[in-house]
Ligand binder design. Structure first.
Ligand SMILES: [Zn+2]
Length: 345
């Protein structure tokens, strides 16, 4: 496996598997023709683990925007909690099926990740992208926590009972609405008590500062620098500084529309833009608080970064751009693992 190995902040492989039906998930996880991540590609690229998102797609025929700037897409409607919970239970079941089959390990802390990687198993943190499946009283959170859930994004862009996300809008900053609701603040407090990561990617700026006020470290698992690509999903310099100051993390999103200066979803120049984002994020957040958050299986990828098998190109680009060996290792996995040690134990 190429080194340093990569532990990644965000992928949507479970969503892709779920869309294909629950039959044959183990085989499709081992080898997939169309996906960005499977075990064969992970081995070729040196991807050892990461945050595996569970995500409930919009009910109505919502089509992702064309990402032809300028754009400002209306958000899909809120989801019914019972509807969302059923799908999240299925997706958590897929992760647990992969774990039982021995092709992946659902990890709840730093020690479990280290041991999975030492045994050559894909290490997965169970993540919920958009907390629609959780009820206002947080009862379902207990069940999901027992199943292994250790990271929650209160919103995926569309509103939830917990907060408000940013729309797909370019150019725009993330100052697009009110902060966390009272239920969102209660969710943040419970995550702090339980030791669950609260992810601010997709959250608006007011919500971001509410997470900081709750005493949680600020983490954006898959977001980029607004100073480089000024779309609503990317983080301002103030946000990046606060991520460093709170001992948090930001993961570089490979999605072309979040990388490119012009906000287009086009594959050209993505890897060069990625280097500019990394440099800027390191400058603002500090070299101990920046990692990767690929968005594999969830976003269009740049040239030479098409799948997990192409990750050696990213390491090479970092070398070519004079990132030192120690910094490259931090970006590839050391920072995410240190953060997980601080937050999940
Ligand atoms: Zn996302």
């Amino acid at each position: 496996m190429p080194t340093p190995y990569i532990f990644d902040g965000h992928n949507d492989a479970i969503l892709r598997l779920w869309k294909g039906g629950v039959a044959g998930v183990v085989e499709r996880f081992q080898n997939s023709e169309t996906g960005h991540i499977d075990l064969a590609k992970a081995k070729a690229g040196g991807l050892a683990g990461g945050f595996f998102a569970m995500f409930v797609p919009p009910v109505e025929s919502f089509s992702m925007p064309s990402f032809t700037p300028p754009y400002d897409e209306p958000l899909p409607a809120e989801l019914d909690q019972q509807y969302a919970l059923k799908i999240v239970v299925e997706q958590a079941g897929i992760l647990l099926t992969l774990d039982r089959a021995g092709v992946l390990a659902v990890c709840r802390n730093h020690a479990e990740i280290s041991s999975a990687i030492a045994n050559g198993k894909m290490a997965a943190i169970m993540h919920l992208e958009g907390a629609e499946a959780i009820d206002r009283e947080l009862i379902a959170l207990e069940t999901l926590y027992a199943a292994g859930l250790r990271s929650i994004g209160p919103v995926w862009s569309r509103p939830t009972v917990f907060g408000h996300g940013v729309p797909f809008r370019y150019p725009s900053d993330g100052d697009t609405g009110p902060g966390l609701t009272p239920e969102g603040k209660a969710l943040a407090a419970r995550c702090l008590e339980l030791g669950v990561i609260l992810d601010t990617s997709h959250l608006n700026i007011a919500g971001f500062w509410d997470v900081a006020a709750a005493g949680l470290p600020l983490v954006a698992t898959h977001s980029n620098a607004h100073a480089i690509s000024p779309g609503a999903r990317n983080l301002t310099d103030d946000q990046l500084r606060a991520i460093g100051e709170t001992g948090g993390m930001v993961g570089l999103n490979f999605g072309t529309m979040f990388l490119r200066e012009d906000g287009k979803a086009a594959p050209e120049g993505g890897i060069e833009a990625a280097m500019r984002h990394l440099s800027h994020m390191i400058e603002l957040a500090g070299e101990d608080h920046v990692g990767l958050g690929s968005d594999f299986d969830g976003a269009p990828m740049p040239h030479n970064m098409e799948t997990a098998a192409a990750l050696p190109n990213l390491r090479q680009a970092m070398k070519d751009h004079q990132f030192g060996e120690a910094v490259i290792a931090k970006i590839c996995h050391k920072n995410w693992l240190a953060f997980i040690g601080r937050t999940l134990g």
